[in-house]
Write a protein that binds this ligand. Structure first.
Ligand code: UDP
Ligand code: MG
Length: 312
């Protein structure tokens, strides 16, 4: 590490957050100044269609520690955080949401754990204020499914908010996968990990950028990225239905020979064909999901495109 690199980098993904930029900067810089160390703040503008960039540039005029990475379009929070980490220079990188739902003051607790020698310190929500029942319920279901069918042990109620040591940041930055699920990836790499509990606040302004559609997409990324379970299900189901037919074939032959009419007629055939046709189509779709993702990775398009940043 060269001498003039900061100790801390704070990475914030921003999508249509014009109202929060100022307040975010004020609270973050207040907290980071308390560390008495050098720090930098990287604001990643993820293709906002409001005045987020203008607000960021206002702040940068006042404080040179604030840096901008400006995307060519909206690439999503996963890409924005990846970009922030790629551009980071600090010995520890702190990732935090822009909307102040993650209170910046908690960063001091994260840093304390880091100083104790932990390399991934994730913030864990104990309480969530102002979020709908639906959101809480789907989040819970999500963790349950992920932990059941994947090999990773995703800690409950964690988000992006965490501190990552430079060693781990370098490892993460080396990973080329485009369909990223940061929360799980930073657990998957191992290292010394610790949790810090905190209370999640309400959004400072604006509204959530995560409609149900995006959440489903993320869930599929998480499942396909860390498990072959959906593919293996086809094998299990195949064995079950072959098993049934092996029993059924001799039975029906015996029924027919003894004059029993139970399985006579079209309906039985129709149900069997529809059921198997449906199951096959579902698994074709699941295989397609994996193949499509493979195609995406093989094609090797960048995960994000930067229009401009403070280095050029
Ligand atoms: N965000 C982003 N790109 C997107 C969507 C969201 O960079 O396409 C940022 C957003 O500005 C915020 C963070 O990701 O800083 C979390 O988003 P949000 O608060 O909408 O998510 P929620 O807290 O509702 O899960
Ligand atoms: Mg939020």
């Amino acid at each position: 590490m060269s001498k003039n690199n900061p100790v801390f980098t704070v990475v914030v993904p921003m999508f249509n957050e014009q109202e929060t930029v100022n307040e975010l900067y004020k609270r973050l810089s207040g907290v980071m100044d308390q560390t008495k160390e050098d720090w930098e703040l990287i604001l990643v503008n993820d293709g906002s269609v409001d005045e987020t960039v203008e607000r960021i540039n206002d702040v940068r005029k006042e404080d040179k520690r604030v840096r901008l990475v400006n995307f060519a379009r909206n690439f999503g929070q996963q890409a924005a955080v990846k970009a922030g980490m790629d551009y980071s220079k600090g010995e520890a990188v702190i990732v935090i949401d822009a909307d102040l739902q993650d209170p910046p003051e908690v960063i001091l607790d994260l840093i304390k754990k880091w100083r104790e020698g932990y390399e991934v310190v994730y913030a864990q929500r104990t309480k969530r204020v102002g979020e709908s029942k639906m959101k809480l319920w789907t989040a819970k279901l999500f963790y349950r499914i992920i932990n059941k069918i994947t090999d990773i042990d995703l800690p409950l109620d964690t988000g992006f908010f965490r501190l990552i040591d430079r060693k781990v940041v370098d490892v993460l930055n080396q990973m080329p996968e485009r369909h990223r699920f940061f929360r799980a990836l930073s657990i998957w790499v191992g290292f010394k990990q610790a949790a810090v509990p905190y209370e999640r606040a309400e959004r400072f302004a604006g509204e959530t950028q995560y409609p149900v559609k995006k959440m489903i997409k993320l869930a599929v990324t998480a499942i396909t990225g860390y498990s072959f379970w959906p593919l293996q299900m086809a094998t299990y189901l195949g064995f079950i239905s072959s098993g049934i037919s092996i029993i059924a074939i001799p039975l029906i032959i015996i029924f027919r020979l003894t004059g029993n009419q139970t399985f006579l007629g079209q309906a039985t055939t129709l149900i069997a064909v529809l059921f198997l046709g449906g199951v096959q189509l579902i698994f074709l779709g699941i295989i397609g999901e994996y193949v499509g993702r493979m195609y995406d990775e093989v094609r090797g398009r960048p995960m994000y495109i930067v229009r401009d940043n403070d280095e050029d």
